[in-house]
Unconditional design. Structure first.
Length: 46
């Protein structure tokens, strides 16, 4: 029973890390896109 609990805990922690990593990558991509749009926006240069 303890082994099953430890396996479930490890799976839960692994899934949490994967979700956090996925969210971080999405936020990085969004920020990069926003920065690229701001830099290429002709109105932002004035």
């Amino acid at each position: 029973m303890l082994t099953i609990s430890l396996v479930n805990l490890e799976k839960y922690l692994f899934d949490a890390r994967m979700n956090a990593d996925r969210i971080r990558k999405l936020e990085e991509a969004r920020n990069e896109k926003l920065l690229e749009e701001f830099v290429s926006d002709p109105k932002a240069e004035s």
